[in-house]
Ligand binder design. Sequence first.
Ligand code: F6R
Length: 365
Amino acid sequence: ELGHFTHYMEKEIFEQPTALENSMRGRFSDDDSTAKFGGLNLDPVQWRQIDRILFCACGTTWHACLTAEYLIEKYARIPVEVEYASEFRYRNAPLDKNTLVFVISQSGETLDTLEALREAKRKGYIVLGITNGVGSSIARETDGGIYQHAGPEIGVASTKAFTSQILLSGMLALHLGRMRDLSFGDGREMVAAFRSLPGLVSTVLDQADKIKEIAEKYADFSDFLFLGRQSMFPIALEGALKLKEISYIHAEGYPAGEMKHGPIALISEECPSVILSPHGDTLKKVISNIQETRARKGSVIAITSAGKDFPQDTADEIIHIPQAHDCIMPILATIPLQLLAYYIAVKRGCDVDKPRNLAKSVTVE
Ligand code: F6R
């Protein structure tokens, strides 16, 4: 089943163009310039009444929810909150009556998320889900939802399920945006961007050999920082989590702008940083974060879509990703981080598909 791959995680990273294609198949309408989902079970009037969305999830999937917050607030202008499912369940959070609750779970069996869903339903809220687990407990107990169709994920560390969740959150942002203020033309650009995604992901995967070389060079460090701004912040958190989980290296993700408020104290030649530096409004600020890091002897691995605007001497290592519509940039930035974590773990001789102490689906609270 592994084909020419050594691990399921590796196979699943490389399967992402197909998994993303399958997640979006049949879900666009060119006539309406929008995304459509068959199973959400809410009519347009109900959708219009919603003035807040609460997302609940755990782990990597919680990072997908944080990305969803950026995408939905940006394109649909609906306020979004994100909670750890395990916190929401016991916090008795006050929710407005027009709040829609969304749970996301790859497996559909995570008990913390299932209990958050039950708590929200018990209080009378409509709860929708995004899950890869067809017929799973979460699929059965939600009022409606979206199946990811990303295919089975066997590696314990989530990869293709994560990018599929972000894609579907972006498509949900488009769907909700087109019910509100997003124009036909803006919707059309987003549809085109989503359709181009599998091909763009392939071009990032084509750089695997180069990323492997970088990974091998940095595999012996015991601490890493991951930094990013805006929608790249949750991706920085995810990059750090992937590295922790499978290589047992201590890593922390931070919003790049927070560095000077504390984490900068950690920087030394012993602690490299992975810095997400996409083209756009904050590029200059991120480049100054890179300079501050290097001035303190910390090596920088930069992931950038800025091409020529990101000169070769800006960072110690540069991984280029394509510059595309903002709605797909978080996915493109995720791919090099997955490969980096994977190749570092392999180099350290770790069992990447079955990391110590972790289970694929966590059915205890
Ligand atoms: C990390 C990872 C976990 C899961 C989390 C939620 O790589 O896989 O953090 O994301 O346990 O799992 P699901 O999405 O199945 O609810």
